[in-house]
Design a binder for this molecule. Structure first.
Ligand SMILES: [Fe+2]
Ligand SMILES: [Fe+2]
Length: 168
């Protein structure tokens, strides 16, 4: 793909992906306000933006989406970098500005990302293995556990009921 188009496709993907989450938050707000029509409209457009984001991303086969072994490795590297660089800086800045909520969210995300990295690391050596384990994701902080939901989330303390099972 030509350079300018590739850049634009990536920008469009990022924009649509952001819109997806923003619109779902708007839908939630509309629901709280009892505005059912607006809620449904935001949800419908969010779904449409998700389709756009996915279409754009699919154009980037071999550029962004590679083979699974490479994708696991790149995802591992990203998790290590974000948990060791970005999030610690974000926590520091939030602390300096007295933003406790942001500080807590960042530091929980930092800890959860460390575990994500560990899971990628393990999976890299298990590509093609027969045994498949399901994962459980904390809906409060994004901590991920394999095989079973922990009694309490080690990152945020949430109960077992807060974990969502991910299976094929
Ligand atoms: Fe992560
Ligand atoms: Fe958690």
């Amino acid at each position: 793909m030509q350079e300018k188009t590739r850049e634009n496709v990536y920008k469009a993907f990022v924009g649509e992906a952001k819109a997806y989450f923003r619109l779902l938050a708007y839908a939630e707000k509309a629901r709280e306000e009892g505005e059912e029509q607006a809620e449904l409209l935001f949800k419908a457009i969010a779904e449409a933006e998700r389709v756009h984001a996915s279409n754009h991303l699919n154009l980037l086969q071999d550029i962004v989406i590679k083979d699974t072994e490479t994708n696991l490795l790149e995802s591992f590297n990203r998790e290590v970098s974000i948990s060791e660089n970005e999030y610690p800086d974000f926590v520091k800045d939030a602390e300096q500005e007295g933003e406790q909520d942001a500080s807590l969210t960042f530091s929980r995300a930092k800890d959860a990302e460390k575990k994500h990295a560990k899971l990628y690391d393990q999976a890299m050596y298990h590509v093609m293995k027969d045994e498949v384990k399901e994962y459980y994701v904390c809906q409060v902080c994004g901590y991920v556990n394999e095989s079973k939901a922990p009694k309490k989330c080690p990152v945020c303390g949430a109960d077992r009921e807060e974990f969502k099972e991910i299976n094929a």
